[in-house]
Design a protein around this ligand. Structure first.
Ligand code: C2G
Length: 132
């Protein structure tokens, strides 16, 4: 079984996330998602709208996703890759080069980001229509 692993916040899920998850799953048989905890989001200077548990529930409903686990630190990836026996790490190419150090544990593939959509853009759009 070829296992794929990816990481992210996946807040306010949009089709850019779905494209990433669909492409990652298409590379193997089993897709693991390291989902950023609320505490780790703070380290990434991100404040997600949905909590970890809410984002986990949403991700687990996606047919491409087989397993979701918490991402609490930047440093846990080597342990995760070995623990889950992941064969490939897939990330959007906004991360290009950032995870090349993990090539000693598994294949690392960066896929083109889906243009024009982002959680930030969704938030900005909603802010314009929903009074504070
Ligand atoms: N993504 C994409 N296209 C978009 C938006 C996001 O392909 N329009 C990809 C990102 O490149 C990433 C994944 O979707 O691979 C999740 O994106 P985010 O939820 O923004 O996660 P991020 O903040 O990049 O966290 O340790 C790694 C980090 O946890 C990644």
């Amino acid at each position: 079984m070829k296992k794929i692993i990816t990481y992210g916040t996946f807040d306010l899920l949009h089709y850019g996330h779905i494209n990433l998850l669909q492409r990652a799953k298409a590379m193997g048989d089993y897709l693991l998602v390291g989902l950023s905890s609320d505490e780790f989001n703070a380290l990434k200077h991100k404040q997600s709208y949905y909590s970890y548990n809410e984002r986990k529930t949403i991700l687990e409903a996606i047919k491409y996703v087989d397993e979701v686990f918490p991402e609490n630190t930047w440093e846990q990836k080597p342990d995760d890759i070995q623990k889950y026996k992941a064969d490939v790490l897939v990330m959007g190419d906004d991360w290009k080069g950032k995870f090349d150090n993990l090539k000693k544990y598994c294949q690392v593939i960066y896929v083109p980001r889906t243009p024009l959509v982002s959680t930030t853009k969704c938030k900005e759009y909603l802010r314009a229509f929903i009074p504070r």
